[in-house]
Design a protein around this ligand. Sequence first.
Ligand code: ADP
Ligand code: MG
Length: 329
Amino acid sequence: MSWFISPRQLRDLGIVGMNERNVGMIARLNARRHYPLVDDKLLTKNLALEAGIAVPELYGVIETNHDARNLRELISGRDDFVIKPAHGSGGNGILVITGRMGERFRTASGLLEDVKDLEHHVSNILSGMYSLGGQPDKAMIEYRVRFDPLFAGVSFQGVPDIRTVVYRGYPVMAMVRLPTRGSDGKANLHQGAVGAGIDIATGVTGHGVWHNEIVDRHPDTGALIGGIAIPDWDRLLALAAGCHELTGLGYLGVDVVLDRDLGPLILELNARPGLAVQVANGAGLRDCIDRVEAAEPKDPMSPAERAALVQALMGPEPDRSANKTAGSA
Ligand SMILES: Nc1ncnc2c1ncn2[C@@H]1O[C@H](COP(=O)(O)OP(=O)(O)O)[C@@H](O)[C@H]1O
Ligand SMILES: [Mg+2]
């Protein structure tokens, strides 16, 4: 089935459009001075670490072509790691190395590269090839996250990430993005990953969207995408909600990965989250935002209380009227 709906149907569904996102959300809720914190993945990592939030371990940073020779040392003795541009987006310039064969390194999609290829890649990153606005950039070398076995059936050679959209500190909508053969170890939709909606109240996945098509099964593995219960969902939502205080941003996307050994790690924060989350959920942001604004108590709430409020508001019908305020969580 192909996914096409008219602007009018979008409005009727309560879908927030590009214009409303750009003007009504991003401009109104995100002060520009907060952007550098999330646009630079190194700064984001430090910010999270200072707040006691787990992130993939940083092995090293390469800032100049002169330092590029340090790459060999940084990766020596490591079988797997990730090289990424500090100012990248959309999965561009991210190289996921999953193992070694002799002197060569295997990428997520199965290619073999030697250390010269990796140095060349780093040099491209430094030149700004993948950075926002083409500015000179830094290359980060970090721990490669291993996906939680939960996702084994619905992920192809890469780590799914869970994107939560946080509106004024309330986690209003979420999706999980599942890597495919085409996405080369990355969970970005533009790289070919599948986006699947997540029921915000329960943390259970729904159907998926892949290249503008609605899909029930993962295109490579054939496994069903819906019905997967994300573990520790309440805590994950509270973690995402807390990124509001962390960054000062009123509209943000929080990307979390679940490491099979280390649990939830923050991968990145985004000050301009796209709207694909609405398509993946087959619903608009409007409904949840309106409910939150109508139910919001006067006193400030903790991130866990805000998450619990959203879950209560968006839970099954019978609970909605009975449970208008945050629980004790
Ligand atoms: N350390 C890592 N380990 C494993 N996969 C990673 C790692 N970092 C990124 N990825 C993969 O690449 C995707 C994009 O990474 P991200 O850091 O969010 O950059 P971008 O801003 O380009 O989206 C992630 O969703 C994930 O699938
Ligand atoms: Mg990302």
